[in-house]
Write a protein that binds this ligand. Structure first.
Ligand code: ADP
Length: 227
């Protein structure tokens, strides 16, 4: 993405109903007029621009839907005081883990590395979560963990996955109510591809979902393309 696109995205555009909205010169003028004269009716804005109320109607509804203006019946338009960036931030902060999590692929500690590789292929995932006899999280195995074991001259059928996994308490987890943006930050800070979504039980952590870089990408696309 070039920097020009980013700049216009941050400050002068929002996405309404799946359509990218660049503020037109007239819309910029409307925002300015409202800022200076709020509350101001549609009629008065039209007068200042020497246009009819009907001509302005689409612009006013775009500016209201995009969150730049607030419309109050019988009072008029207000400037929300929010920039495109602020409106976007507000929306991102509403995204919860539960809105984007995927189904986890979980295996027992006793399975062999060979079986773990098969589970990874069959489940079409990049991270396997390993559980103990109580079905609680005990470890994580990544693609490279399995690759490393595979090139290590081991008998993969007789090497239990728990020998090579990253184990508790060194597992980074998240919860359904966490903000998605916080999990994105964890993935970056810890340099990992995925997190188990867990709930606490008396025996330990039960895995109920997963958040991966793919989920974060989906959220990003959703943010841009959906109102
Ligand atoms: P890969 O190793 O295929 O690049 P990751 O970057 O996700 O995949 O994993 C890097 C290392 O971190 C691996 O050894 C893996 O076991 C471990 N790991 C993966 N996910 C987690 C997690 N949620 N918490 C702690 N360690 C993890």
């Amino acid at each position: 993405m070039n920097s020009n696109v980013l700049t216009s995205f941050s400050f002068q555009s929002k996405f309404v109903g799946g359509e990218k909205v660049e503020l037109s010169e007239r819309q910029e003028k409307i925002v300015h007029i409202v800022k200076e004269n709020e509350p101001i009716t549609g009629e008065k804005i039209a007068e200042q621009l020497d246009l009819s109320r009907a001509t302005l109607r689409p612009d006013l509804s775009i500016l209201t839907m995009a969150g730049y203006l607030d419309a109050r019946p019988r009072v008029g338009y207000f400037f929300t005081g929010k920039s495109g960036t602020e409106l976007l931030t507000e929306k991102v902060k509403k995204y919860k883990v539960s809105d984007f999590q995927s189904v986890p692929v979980v295996t027992k500690e006793s399975v062999s590395v060979y079986e773990a590789i098969s589970a990874m292929f069959l489940g079409d995932v990049g991270t396997l979560f390993i559980v103990d006899d109580n079905n609680c999280l005990s470890g994580v195995v990544s693609r490279k963990d399995l690759l490393r074991a595979s090139i290590g001259n081991h008998d993969l059928n007789n090497l239990p996955v728990h020998i090579i996994m990253t184990r508790m308490p060194n597992i980074t987890v998240c919860y359904q109510d966490d903000l998605l943006i916080e999990t994105a930050k964890l993935l970056i800070d810890k340099q990992i591809d995925g997190l188990p979504v867990v709930t606490e039980t008396e025996h330990g952590l039960r895995v109920i979902g997963r958040i991966t870089k793919t989920n974060i990408t989906t959220a990003f696309v959703d943010l841009i393309l959906n109102e």
